[in-house]
Design a protein around this ligand. Structure first.
Ligand code: HEC
Length: 260
């Protein structure tokens, strides 16, 4: 009976499918559709607003970095945002990176240099979980690429908190209400508020601008070569147009002596 083994799991899955999809329940858990934002980096002719990317780094370093890693990024990568190497060296020095063990087996740290990657905030996922109500803050290196809804949803999540924390006392899961999170709750406390960072360029740091800037920064981090690729694409398109015109002229010349 080679088929008997297969029928049972299929029937079981169908059963589970029917049982677990009462429409109302599934709908209330789905994250709300994030409003579409008008990002400078959107579309084939878009480009990153590098001042916003630099301000976004300040928000990441000042706020998000205490919980989230950005381990795919090296300090030297920030040169592409318009920082000089002296500025990058100064900025790297404000971070501590792990540097082996001391004589008693404790983790040693040293100041980061431009060749280092940004250090993760917790030594292990267990430590991250213990510090964040059982949730692990994801690494943000590729978040706008991998997060369904991309930059629009990251921005919506950061600005979409409903208010107070959800209580665990009544048997709820705890965390914070946010319609853009899965299940409309997240373990991340509202990270931004007006004046959470001081911008070097003197821009007034409102919570909304901080969210916009850090999202722009994270989109740049996820795809740092997007601008040069777009420029190359436009160049190639113009070149092909030029070549096509040239070929038409050439073809007319070559065939000009042939009567129609
Ligand atoms: C106090 C720690 C903490 C800070 C500060 C923090 N986060 Fe989080 N973040 C978390 C935790 C914990 C989660 C996982 C939430 C969950 O799984 O419910 C998370 C999840 C996320 C997610 C994914 C959301 C999802 O639905 O999976 C994004 C995007 C994010 N954070 C961005 C940021 C940004 C940007 C900042 C800085 C402005 C920031 N976070 C600051 C703790 C933090």
């Amino acid at each position: 009976m080679p088929h008997a083994g297969k029928t049972i799991p299929v029937a079981f899955l169908l059963g589970v499918g029917v049982l677990s999809s009462p429409a109302g329940h599934a709908q209330s858990q789905a994250p709300k559709q994030a409003p579409v934002q008008n990002w400078s980096f959107k579309g084939p002719l878009g480009h990153f607003d590098l001042a916003a990317v630099q301000r976004g780094y300040a928000v990441f370093a000042g706020v998000c970095a205490s919980c989230h890693g950005l381990t795919q990024v090296h300090f030297s990568d920030l040169a592409a945002t318009g920082l000089t190497s002296a500025e990058i060296a100064a900025l790297a020095e404000t971070w501590q990176v792990p540097d082996g063990l001391d004589g008693e087996g404790r983790l040693k740290h040293r100041k980061a240099n431009p060749d280092d990657a940004l250090p993760p905030p917790y030594p292990t996922p267990q430590a991250a979980r213990a510090a964040n109500r059982g949730a692990v803050p994801p690494d943000l290196s590729r978040i706008t690429q991998v997060y369904p809804g991309g930059a629009d949803r990251v921005f919506a999540l950061l600005t979409g908190y409903g208010g107070q924390a959800l209580s665990t006392a009544t048997g709820g899961a705890g965390g914070f209400a946010n319609p853009y999170a899965i299940g409309h709750r997240t373990a991340m406390p509202p990270p931004l508020r007006d004046g959470a960072v001081v911008y070097a360029d003197g821009t007034q740091a409102t919570a909304e601008l901080e969210a916009r800037d850090v999202t722009t920064f994270l989109a740049w981090v996820s795809n740092p070569h997007a601008d040069s690729k777009r420029r190359l694409g436009v160049g190639v398109a113009l070149y092909l147009c030029f070549l096509a015109t040239l070929l038409v002229i050439l073809k007319r010349r070559i065939w000009s002596h042939v009567r129609k």
